[in-house]
Write a protein that binds this ligand. Sequence first.
Ligand code: PLP
Length: 436
Amino acid sequence: MAVDPADDTGAGIASAAGPRARAADLFPGGVNSPVRASRSIDAPPVLLVSGDGPYVTDVDDRRYIDLVGAWGAAITGHAHPAVVAAVQDATTNGFALGMTHPGEVALGEAIRAAMPSLERLRFTSSGTEAVMSALRLARAATGRDLVVMFEGAYHGHSDALLASAGSGLATLGVPASAGVPAVVAATTLVLPWNDPDALREAFRVHPDAIAAVIVEPIIANSGVIPPAAGWLETLREVTRAHGTLLVFDEVITGFRLGRGGAQARFGIEPDLTTLGKVIGGGLPVGAYGGRADLMTLVAPDGPMYQAGTLAGHPLTMAAGLATLAELRPERFVALEERVTRLAAGLWEAARDAGRADVSVVQAGPLLTLFMASTPPVDGAAAQRANRATFARFCRAMRARGVLLPPSQFEAWFPGFAHGDAEIDLVLAAAREALRT
Ligand SMILES: *Cc1c(COP(=O)(O)O)cnc(C)c1O
């Protein structure tokens, strides 16, 4: 692999018996989730042994400022003392007990208090399961089979959502992964983001057949692509007019755009919501919930089956509850101020380096530096960003002790633990990296 000479990725790669080599032997791509492999930046995987606040440390004892943030889960910073204490406390009572634990009630109530549209909810063990279940529920409630999603969004790896747009507007989806049956992908319509005409066309071609429209209210899985003004309102109006449910996938935005998530921020009430990442405080988690009349269809109250052996795990509930207690409104404000300063500093660094091919997109506490001369407005535009240039930038940042998500198509996740000092270090590294 072509590694930037400036990229000192450590001794682990050279050692045949090192953990990186052993991981490569054991796991596909050396990883248990593909993006961790860092292939899209042509770099070796990073193996991390610990995290503290805004920092992570790798197997070669290199410390990085962490902007991966566990892909959004680590909003309080790593090993936050209150979260660690809560989990340690919970361990003495046993782990999964196989029946309902009061911790489930406590976290569920805390979520509902922050996001009142979740009149009832259920915990799962991952965001993927939460989304899969919410869409099953939408189909159960409407008796319809089709689901609309948007190009560039990610809703977990369930078969039906690993779909790409078919050729032509409003045509049924085709598999985006080997192993996904064509008939399953065809239950998904993949539409361009921020495009009301395409939305209306889909409903014209498939009247009374669309169970749900699912959105990341801010797309954060192609890099950050905010909704255009009025777009979320249009989604709400059009779905309501057609008896289609609107599902907000807030696995990233929930408890990151503020306690109320994107729905509070944009003032739009979805019918169903999915959550994950932050609400587990770094332990495996997902949740889905929404209107009580819909949630009543879930087993054993209703005919829609959904279950989970480890769902509502006591350790996850303890970590989630301790994390939510840290999510005070003034901390979100402070985080956004720092992210705004980071975004402005990146723009300035790009300008000073004479780079017209860089744009920085910020949406609240989320941001992405795109190697694109204008900020992408949809998934297709994001795909046109220059990945090779981004790869060089990302490796140069890594060599300077800043761990960015190793792909052009990911959001950066600064959290509460990133202080002004860390922002300054990231900006200093970026100024150098953008000149190389
Ligand atoms: C991460 C993510 C998921 C999937 O969650 P997992 O816990 O990885 O299964 C679903 N939706 C969105 C928006 C995500 O970012």
